[in-house]
Write a protein that binds this ligand. Structure first.
Ligand code: NAP
Length: 472
């Protein structure tokens, strides 16, 4: 057997599909999985009859690859990555390249890039988005590491990734852990949009009693608009249409209302706090998952803390796609992207990643979970003003915000009055109101800080640093 072009470690949900994708694109492959029975099952099943070969141990795996070796690890993030690196590195030779395609913490990737580069291996931390279907048909890929390492995998990843009108959904993101940083922020935006659509569903269901199919019809209308046409709206429509085969009821109503979360949502918020990036909509989505998980407490509290009666309010005509509700969803999605892009900009400055914002918008346009038509507008906004401080001050976005803000305010006010939690929509309204307010009450915060801790303050009417003895 001649040596294979590409090696894959980890035949889980993503790995299986990615190796089939690579093979379909002309890259013969060798696969290794910690549990060998999975390798056998794969080679006798989906991998049968293809240019995909198996290896029982990592030494054998490495020996079957052409040089410089290109090895993608699709395994659990965390210590598993370090342990595979440690086990495989004695078999590697100078110039060989490891790619971590999992959801690793970007600081771990920083460490691994510098460690492996110092041992004359290459290391790429590559965020991959698209789920199992995207992995097979073409995901969005966010590779970070040295430029030379990226060049060694460019032909592979640009053929494997999704393709949109302006090219493949992969680009060189930047040095170190930048690829995983961008993937983390991508996932933060994903958390927010999923929560926003769930809030819209909750309002439709609780205020109007609409059925799954009726709500799906509204989602279908939204998916035809420039502002909301997206993968997440598309799958929300699909989920709302599915019936429980046992009794024909809407299946979504049978699902336990506890949402899990892995690392990336938390890391987005932690990075934002460290970098001083305001991400309230994303943070609200993370909190919403956390509070959803304490179901027992919520069930008890429901009997103790009374909720006001629901007072129906106008969401707009369902035949016209509930325009008032749609405005609220649109602005909350704008805010999610705006906050994510702002976090990328600040991270890029702090870590010297030199992120190219239009390119990031471009590679999110296909293959990934947050792909949407809006990303073309985001790409254009950053093309026009590469140093745009916030997406919402771009002329197109600003005019949309101005048109839709009163709808968001009315929906949030209605939800608050009826005791319906709308964490992302409420946070978005506060975010926009704060961002557009030239004078905030933090002057009084500063006075208090100076009063108790002599933290000093600046004045609006003259230059300098001041301190006052507030209490004689
Ligand atoms: P998965 O289906 O849960 O499979 C996990 C894989 O990791 C298995 O092959 C498992 O091997 C291997 N593994 C676990 N611990 C290991 C260790 N200590 N040493 C060696 N191998 C180990 O995972 P997945 O969903 O494909 O995800 C893989 C990575 O991609 C994760 O970082 C995940 O967060 C990320 N990701 C997932 C998705 C998605 O939609 N699923 C999307 C984007 C990114 P065994 O068979 O021996 O257990």
């Amino acid at each position: 057997m001649s040596k294979a072009h590409f090696g894959l470690i980890g035949l889980g949900v993503m790995g299986e599909n990615l190796v089939l994708n690579a093979e379909r694109n002309g890259f013969s492959s060798v696969v290794y999985n910690r549990t060998f029975t999975k390798t056998e099952q794969f080679l006798n099943g989906r991998g049968a009859g293809k240019q995909i070969f198996g290896a029982k141990d990592l030494k054998d795996f490495v020996s079957k690859l052409e040089r410089p070796r290109r090895i993608l690890m699709m395994i659990k993030a965390g210590s598993a990555i370090d342990s595979v690196i440690e086990t495989i590195s004695p078999f590697l030779e100078s110039g060989d390249l490891l790619i971590d395609g999992g959801n690793s913490e970007f600081r771990d990737t920083e460490r691994r890039v510098s460690d492996l580069e110092s041992r004359s291996f290459g290391f790429i931390g590559m965020g991959i988005s698209g789920g199992s279907k995207g992995a097979l048909e073409g995901p969005s890929m966010m590779p970070g590491g040295t430029k030379a390492s990226y060049e060694a995998i460019e032909s592979l990843v640009s053929r494997m990734s999704a393709q949109v009108e302006d090219g493949p959904c992969v680009t060189y993101i930047g040095p170190g852990g930048s690829g995983h940083f961008v993937k983390t922020v991508h996932n933060g935006i994903e958390y927010a949009i999923e929560q926003i659509l769930s809030e819209a569903y909750d309002l439709m269901r609780r205020l109007t009693g609409m059925s799954g199919v009726e709500m799906a019809e509204v989602m279908g209308k939204w998916n035809k608009t420039e502002e909301l046409s997206s993968y997440l709206v598309e799958i929300t429509e699909a989920c709302l249409r599915v019936k429980d085969p046992e009794d024909g009821d809407d299946l979504v109503e049978k699902i336990m209302d506890k949402a899990g979360q892995k690392g990336t949502g938390l890391w987005t918020v932690l990075s934002a706090l460290e970098l001083g990036a305001p991400v309230p909509t994303i943070y609200a989505a993370l909190n919403a998952r956390v509070i959803s998980s304490i179901k027992d407490q919520r069930l008890s509290a429901q009997k103790i803390i009374q909720s006001p009666p629901i007072k129906p309010f106008d969401l707009g005509d369902p035949q016209s796609g509930m325009p008032i509700l749609m405005d609220s969803v649109v602005l909350s999605c704008f805010a999610s992207y705006a906050q994510g892009m702002e976090l990328l900009r600040l991270g890029s400055e702090q870590y010297d990643y030199k992120l190219d914002m239009p390119s990031i918008a471009q590679i999110w346009k296909g293959g990934c979970i947050i792909r949407s038509q809006l990303l073309s507008r985001i790409q254009s906004a950053f093309n026009a003003h590469p140093a745009l401080p916030n997406l919402m001050v771009d002329p197109w976005f600003a005019s949309e915000v101005n048109k839709r803000l009163s709808s968001l305010a009315s929906v949030v006010a209605g939800g608050v009055t009826s005791g319906i939690p709308l964490p992302c929509m409420t946070s978005t309204l506060d975010y926009i109101n704060s961002y557009r307010t030239g004078r905030l009450p933090q002057n009084l915060v500063q006075a208090m800080r100076d009063c108790f801790g002599s933290h000093t303050y600046q004045r609006v009417d003259k230059e300098g640093i001041f301190h006052t003895n507030w209490i004689e």
